[in-house]
Ligand binder design. Structure first.
Ligand code: TXA
Ligand code: MG
Length: 367
């Protein structure tokens, strides 16, 4: 299949920008589109065949439900049995935006879209291109992240092209996603509500609206040995993973840098290509190593070592926005072993570490 690449300038949307995408979606085809979190792979949420195509294009297990995207609050009533008070209040505070709510699904939503569950995940994205696409299509759009299953999510059209070109009808290119991590997921079918996936909207933010909220135990999991089954089916799979083996080092910053240098040098001496994910605060620690192995503190890839400085530890939003892109850069470089510093797990840091730990398959070294 030939995949159409359509550029749309989010700040200057033209009247006929969406006509072809809408035609494809109405005919049961698939269109990848930008959102403020990550790119989504969209299909008609009411069409079980379109959902099946989404699973096939991603290589995604079909028990892993899709998020249904809407463009205005009224669209929720066709998708759910009832709209609880908490959903109304959360939507007033956080929609449009990076929050997904789990509610009891209506009979109109096919089981193929919800991975066989009686509940449905719903989100109203704030990205103007996503909003206009859903509005003009006039149907709710089921959309998982637009990556091949298991790979890091896509925050640029180039990432989507890499993973899905030839497998879907169209990719809308509107540049980079601002947030860079997938939405926070809150399950409102239980009391107290549960956070199934941490994101840019934090537990503290949610507490402004909900008197009581807890984490699904799997969110806080830090070890491969914990026998915890995630409530969001997608959170149980190996996920976000680069092709190289990723290890996270945790501890006092200077000790972390020292341990990473030692581990990296050993691999480099053995002839492997190595990646290091560092921060402004520690990047200077690796200068000796980069001089020796022919790379600099940036993302040049002319040596045996690719050092990516993801920015200052104080700028959590910046780290979140660059995380998946960095993991993909290590892949593009061919890094066989990747060593990452760990980050603070407060606020957005919790979502950052949740993704990084999964990408590492829970491989954390304490130093
Ligand atoms: O930011 C986002 O949420 C992006 C953009 C495109 O909106 N979408 C996204 O979708 O991350 P996806 O499919 O990659 O992740 C959806 C997650 C999965 O972990 C899935 O298991 C969970 O949501 N989920 C969906 N429906 C659910 C349900 N009814 N109950 C529990 N978990 C559900
Ligand atoms: Mg995903």
């Amino acid at each position: 299949m030939e995949t159409i690449i359509k550029k749309i300038d989010a700040s200057q949307i033209k009247p006929d920008d969406f006509s072809e995408a809408v035609r494809i979606l109405k005919a049961g085809g698939l269109v990848a589109f930008p959102t403020e979190t990550v790119y989504g792979l969209g299909g008609n949420a009411y069409d079980s065949t379109a959902s099946a195509k989404i699973y096939a294009a991603k290589g995604r297990p079909s028990d892993n439900p899709l998020i249904v995207h809407i463009s205005s609050f009224d669209e929720i009533y066709d998708l759910v049995k009832t709209v609880p008070e908490n959903a109304v209040r959360l939507s007033e505070r956080f929609w449009p935006g990076p929050l997904t709510m789990i509610l009891e699904k209506s009979d109109r939503v096919p089981k193929e879209t919800t991975g066989g569950l009686n509940t449905v995940a719903i989100r109203m994205p704030s990205h103007p291109v996503a909003n206009r696409l859903i509005k003009e299509a006039g149907i709710p759009i089921a959309a998982p992240s637009a990556n091949a299953s298991g790979r890091p999510s896509t925050t640029k059209a180039e990432h989507v092209i890499e993973d899905l070109s030839g497998r879907i009808d169209m990719i809308i290119d509107s540049g980079s996603s601002d947030i860079g991590l997938e939405s926070t997921i809150v399950d409102l079918t239980v009391e107290p509500p549960l956070i199934l996936r941490p994101g840019y909207i934090t537990a503290e933010d949610l507490k402004e609206v909900l008197s009581d909220i807890e984490y699904d135990k799997a969110v806080l999991r830090r070890s491969k040995d914990d026998n915890i089954v995630a409530k969001a089916p997608g959170m149980k799979y190996r996920h976000y993973a680069p092709k190289g083996e990723l290890t996270i080092f945790e501890g006092e910053p200077k000790n972390v840098a020292y341990a990473i240098k030692t581990a990296a040098e050993e691999k480099l001496k053995a002839g492997a290509k190595v990646g290091i994910l560092t921060s402004d605060e520690l990047s200077g620690e690796y200068i000796g190593l980069s001089e020796k192995y022919g790379s600099t503190v940036c993302d040049r890839n002319d040596g045996e070592l690719l050092l990516i400085d993801i920015g200052s530890r104080d700028d959590e939003a910046g780290i979140a926005a660059a995380l998946f892109d960095s993991l993909r850069k290590f892949d593009g470089y061919g890094a066989e072993a990747i060593y990452a510093e760990s980050f603070d797990s407060k606020d957005i840091g919790q979502a950052i570490m949740n993704r990084l730990i999964k990408a590492a398959g829970y491989h954390i070294v304490k130093v």
